[in-house]
Design a protein around this ligand. Sequence first.
Ligand code: CP3
Length: 341
Amino acid sequence: MKLQNDLFLRAARGEQTERPPVWLMRQAGRILPQYRALRGSLSGFKELVETPHLAAEVTIQPVDEIGVDAAIIFSDILVIPEAMGLVYEMVEKKGPLFPQTIQSVKDVENLRSGAPAAEELNYVYEALKITKRELNGRVPLIGFSGAPWTILAYMVEGSGSKTFSKAKKFLYTQPEAAHLLLQKITDTTIAYLKNKVAAGADLIQIFDSWAGILTPEQYSTFAAPYIAQIAAAIDKVPVTVFAKNAWFAYAEIGRMDCNVIGVDWNTHPDFVRNAVGNEKVLQGNLDPCQLYAPAAEVEKATEEMLKKFGKGKHIANLGHGVYPDTPLDNVKVFVNTVKNG
Ligand code: CP3
C-alpha cells in the first residue's frame, strides 16, 4: 500500500524533505489518557503486549492524538530474552524483573536462539500486521529491538539498575560466556527483525539504552560488533541505531550499515556530524524534561534544536523516551513546532 505520509521514510533514506519528520520515542504509552484507561482495565503490561489487537490500538493512539509522522509498534525489548527462555515480569511502578538470570556459560548454553526463538514471538508479528491494516497507509510503522549489550544487561542483572555492575562484572570475569550470549541474542534479534519487516515494519530502530555505561574499549568489543551484524543483516528497510550516551562510539556507529543515528540530549549535533560524516541522517534530541517548561519555552527550545541540526538529514525527536508525567499539551507544542517550522 502506498503511504499517504512518507516524510519519515524519505528523510530516513537521506532524501530532501520539505520539513523534518517528527515522532517521539516511547510515544505509544503512558502520556496518553486513552492508553492509561485501556491499561488500567487489563491484568498488566504483558497482557497489552501479548494481545495483538490491543497492542495495535495503543500503537495508533499517538498518530490520532498527537499527529506524529510515524507509529512505533507497542511492545518491549524484553520479549527477546523471554523468547530465548528467560521469562520477564513487569512489576507495577518498579519495572522489569527476571526471576531467573544468566550467571554462567551453562545458563547461556541452555537458551534457545535464532529462528526457533524468534518463532515464539508470533503475537508481535500479528500486532504489526493488524497495525499496518488499521493505519491504512497514514504513516510508516517502526519496528524495534534492543541492542545485544542492553539485552544482555537485563538478562544478567535481572532488573533495572543505576550501574548495571553485575552485567559489567560478567563482561570482565566471563568474557567467553558474554560473547556466546551476545551472539545468541544477535542471531535471535536478526531472525526477529526480519520477521517484523515481513509483517510490515517500514524501518527498524535498535535501542542501546545502556551503551553509555561501558568503557570505549568494552563498547568496541562487546557492543558495536553485534549491532553491526544486525544492521548489515536488515537489508530491505532503513535502520536506525540509537546508542544512548555513547558519544565515544559515534565514529564506529557511523561506519555501520545504518541510515539513521540517534542523538541523546547530552550530545551536540555538530559533534555527531563530525564523527559520522555527511551521509547519515541524525535523529533527536530535545531533552525530554524540556517538555515540563511553559509552552512558549518548549516552542523556543524546539526551534533552537531544529537550528542546531540544520536543514536536511534530520528526524526530530527527543533525546530519549518521553516521561509518563509529561503534559500532553507540551508534547503537542513540540510536534506542532516542528511541523510548522
Ligand atoms: O516507543 C514506544 O512507544 C514503543 C514501545 C516501547 C516500550 N518499551 C513500551 C513500554 C519501546 C520502544 C520500549 C523499549 C524499551 N523497553 C527500552 C529501550 C528504550 C529506552 O527507553 O531506553 C528499554 C530499556 C525497555 C525496558 C523497560 N520496559 C523498562 C526499563 C520499563 C520500565 C520503565 C518504564 O519506562 O516504565 C519498561 C516498561 C514499558 N515498556 C512501559 C511501556 C509503555 C511502561 C509499562 C506501563 O506501565 O504501562
